[in-house]
Design a protein around this ligand. Structure first.
Ligand SMILES: [Zn+2]
Length: 142
């Protein structure tokens, strides 16, 4: 049984991640609607989050590329208790680990669907939720 899709709270009140020198290009691409990953030039491992060295081989050079924007829900939880007043209007909301088609696993919200409609293994597409001057990658069911 499906409930009505919850109303999305104003995103401007929600917390923002602090960009740094290694992640600024990622956040710039996100604001433009692209999910930016990096492929290690030494071993081809795909890196996320943005960082100075490859977690697979320690190499320090990589080529950024735009991800396909698709993934699969590895697991998820439904949060009923808002951690701050800004999240209260969103509760209950879905926090998921999404395996991107390119390999990295990202934590994000699954938005625009009722919590009881989400299942492990579902295909999602990455969308970008504007928050102030930034945009966060989030997932929607396909
Ligand atoms: Zn590497």
């Amino acid at each position: 049984m499906s409930r009505e899709t919850p109303t999305t709270a104003p995103a401007t009140d929600l917390p923002l991640p602090p960009p740094n020198a290694e992640s600024q290009a990622f956040w710039d691409a996100a604001r433009d609607g692209h999910l930016l990953l990096t492929r290690c030039t030494a071993c081809d491992a795909v890196q996320f989050p943005p960082q100075h060295s490859c977690t697979a081989c320690g190499g320090t050079t990589g080529n950024p590329f735009t991800a396909s924007g698709t993934g699969e829900i590895f697991t998820f939880t439904i949060n009923h208790r808002a951690p701050s007043p800004a999240f209260k209007a969103r509760a209950p909301y879905i926090i998921a680990l999404v395996d991107l088609a390119e390999g990295p696993r990202l934590m994000m919200n699954v938005i625009n669907c009722a919590p009881e409609d989400v299942k492990i293994g579902m295909t999602v597409k990455i969308v970008f939720e504007a928050r102030g001057d930034m945009a966060l990658p989030q997932a929607e069911l396909v």
